[in-house]
Design a protein around this ligand. Structure first.
Ligand SMILES: [Mn+2]
Length: 474
């Protein structure tokens, strides 16, 4: 690229620009209107020309050698002179790609392909984030010092560990340069959701379920994505003083920690950990990047909920480093061949009443196939609601999804099935869990065909009642 630069002073960024550009095969040509600046640039061996930006301005602009790949850069302090020069560039070199360096707003002639850079943005966009990183780096240093002389550290996450917590604990372990024996990831509960189990398996991460007696065996304690009061009365009482708490849930009072980093505006704790790793120029592995990316993705519902610019920044940074194949496999856990069989039976026996698709999967080996099948059923043409049931362990589980105009899935499900078990949800998705013994006791019949029929009737009753109520309100 060829750069033609019209300027009145050698702001430091020009020197930076020179350094960057001279390393490539670009050519740079300066045009200045001050003798001392001309001398300085000449002394640096840079191609420079002296010209007046006021008299003979028209000839100067007319005579500029601007080729199709040339970029014109203009930095002129006087607004009047600047806008006259731009007008002339537009006249003699229409649609010339131009960069204007100017702090104030100005009218850019229509026939000019120009963009504006404000000198102050060089500080806010480039320097400010680095200053923040310098502070983060210091924080990481103090965290590291805290654990320096401790042999074994406990990384405690919430009772039903989620991807954000698991990824944060893994990242923290890497950050302080430990391995699985010297920094042990634990929880008072087990990992249950199929996606989370898939995450552990595919990324080779271990989370152990422990009891309160564990604390005696460790010298350090760090809590990630959780604070002691979140653990509930049973557990929060037994937690010893914490060394470090890193979390994005609103701060809860009533506990002591030597270092707290709580950022309630962030969508994920993984974002905080990504910032830590970047601040110390940590070489993030594919495995760690995949874990952190999934942590941010699942806590923010793919950057759709409670998201902060920092989450987007971390997400964009991690994305090229992560393994998206593994990510896909985590999010869509494999379906067992036997489940496919129950899918096909369910599809055959589906019923569609008033754009509501009903199907029953029978007994399933994993609960998550029920909502997956409900999502899938919504793709059937004309279907606005999907009501999919299945038997998992000792419960009848009913999953409801919609794309329709009545968006009260939670209300309907509560009304339809609330008397027999737990039921509720949001406007688009809802779920009911009914103990089988309740269901059988209520209907005094164990036949599957009767079960299908009753689910349909109960849902339709709840549905109609809700519609009536909504119409009454209008
Ligand atoms: Mn979280």
């Amino acid at each position: 690229m060829r750069y033609v630069i019209l300027c009145q002073d050698e702001l430091p960024y020009f020197l930076l620009l020179l350094k960057t550009l001279s390393s490539k095969r670009d050519t740079i040509h300066f045009i200045v209107d001050q003798k001392d600046l001309f001398d300085r640039l000449c002394n640096m061996g840079i191609s420079t020309k002296m010209a007046s930006f006021t008299e003979e301005r028209e000839n100067l602009i007319k005579g500029l050698h601007l080729k199709p790949d040339s970029c014109l850069i203009v930095s002129i302090k006087n607004q009047g002179i600047l806008s006259n020069i731009l007008k002339m560039v537009a006249r003699y070199h229409p649609y010339q790609p131009t960069l204007i360096i100017e702090e104030n707003d100005l009218v850019i002639p229509e026939q000019l392909s120009a963009k504006l850079v404000r000198p102050s943005s060089i500080f806010t966009d480039i320097c400010l984030p680095k200053i923040e990183q310098a502070f983060t780096k210091r924080r990481v240093q103090s965290i590291k010092e805290l654990f320096e002389d401790k042999d074994k550290i406990l990384l405690l996450i919430q009772t039903d560990p989620d991807p954000d917590a698991i990824a944060s604990a893994l990242a923290f372990r890497h950050l302080i340069g430990r391995n699985r024996t010297t920094a042990h990831i634990v929880s008072f509960g087990g990992v249950t959701r199929p996606e989370n189990l898939a995450m552990l398996r595919l990324l080779d991460i271990q989370v152990d379920k422990v009891g309160p007696e564990i604390f005696a065996k460790y010298e350090g304690l760090c809590m990630l994505d959780v604070q002691p009061p979140h653990l509930g009365d049973n557990f929060s009482q037994v937690v010893p003083p914490v060394d470090v708490v890193i979390d994005h849930h609103p701060e809860k009072p009533g506990y002591q920690a030597r270092i707290k980093d709580i950022r309630a505006t962030y969508g994920a704790t993984s974002t905080i950990l990504t910032e830590y790793l970047r601040a110390v120029d940590f070489n993030i592995s594919e495995r760690l990047a995949t874990a952190l990316l999934y942590g941010i993705k699942s806590d923010t519902l793919l950057l759709g909920r409670g998201v902060d610019p920092a989450d987007i920044e971390a997400f964009s940074y991690l994305y090229p480093l992560a393994n998206t194949n593994i990510l896909r496999r985590i999010e869509r856990p494999e379906v067992h061949p036997e489940d496919i069989d129950s899918f096909s039976t369910a599809l055959k026996k589906r019923r569609i009443v008033n754009n509501i698709l009903f199907s029953h999967l029978g007994r399933v080996r994993r609960e998550d196939v029920i909502p997956h099948f409900a999502d899938f059923s919504l793709q059937v043409e004309g279907v606005e609601w999907a009501v999919v049931s299945g038997i998992f362990r000792r419960n009848l589980v009913i999953s409801v999804r919609n794309v329709g105009y009545v968006r009260s899935a939670g209300t309907i499900v509560k009304r339809a099935f609330g008397d027999l078990g737990s039921a509720g949800g949001h406007s688009h998705m809802a779920k009911a869990v009914i103990p089988l013994k309740n269901f059988y006791a209520h209907f005094c019949d164990r036949r599957e065909s009767i079960m299908r029929e009753r689910i349909l009737e109960m849902f339709l009753a709840g549905f109609e009642e809700t519609i009536k109520e909504q119409e009454g309100k209008q």
